[in-house]
Design a protein around this ligand. Structure first.
Ligand SMILES: [Zn+2]
Length: 190
């Protein structure tokens, strides 16, 4: 069974220019998105050193954040390219960053588990649906009155999701989330 095909294209000048434009746009998007994630990772590292996390957890940028951001702020070049192509570029960035994180963790003898975060930013801990844009960073629940950082609510929901172990894209996240440990130790002492 033939599974792969190789094509040779003979583009005219017009399609050649178009292809180069598309590829350049994708290349710039890839590099910019990766740079954004790296900046955030560096920020997390610095925050950890100086211990300024309000809730003990760093923030991470994932594919969904970047895809949502992109749809609202496309450049003229990006408007020329099909949106699925751009989303695919972002998915590749996400995958390569996850692989990088995984390999780094393995070197350090740590485990990284990935959990699907879909819907965790639009729901309250009480189960009430609280839809909000990416720009809204504080979660305010009209049902139970909970006011909390958006990412903290997401982290709690992921942690409590049935069938899921605590999973994040960050190793430090995992350490920050396992707050039960000291409590158990405290209980033993009693
Ligand atoms: Zn609530």
């Amino acid at each position: 069974m033939r599974k792969t095909y190789q094509f040779r294209a003979y583009p005219n000048k017009n399609s050649e220019v178009n292809s180069i434009r598309t590829l350049s746009t994708c290349r710039y998007l890839y590099n910019d998105s990766l740079a954004e994630i790296k900046r955030q990772a560096e920020l997390n590292r610095l925050k950890k050193i100086f211990d300024v996390f309000p809730w003990g957890k760093p923030e991470w940028i994932n594919y969904y954040d970047q895809a949502n951001c992109l749809s609202g702020s496309k450049t003229d070049f990006q408007n020329e390219v099909h949106s699925q192509v751009l989303q695919n570029v972002l998915k590749r960035v996400d995958r390569s960053f996850k692989n990088f994180t995984k390999s780094k963790a393995e070197c350090a003898g740590k485990i990284v588990e990935f959990v699907n975060p879909s819907g965790t930013s639009q729901t309250c801990i009480c189960g009430f649906s609280v839809p909000k844009d990416l720009s809204v960073r504080v979660h305010i629940c009209p049902s139970c009155g909970l006011v909390m950082g958006r990412d903290q609510v997401s982290a709690i929901l992921i942690e409590n999701r049935p069938g899921c172990t605590v999973g994040t894209t960050g190793i430090q996240d995992r350490q920050g989330l396992s707050s039960r440990e000291p409590m158990q130790r405290y209980a033993k002492a009693l």
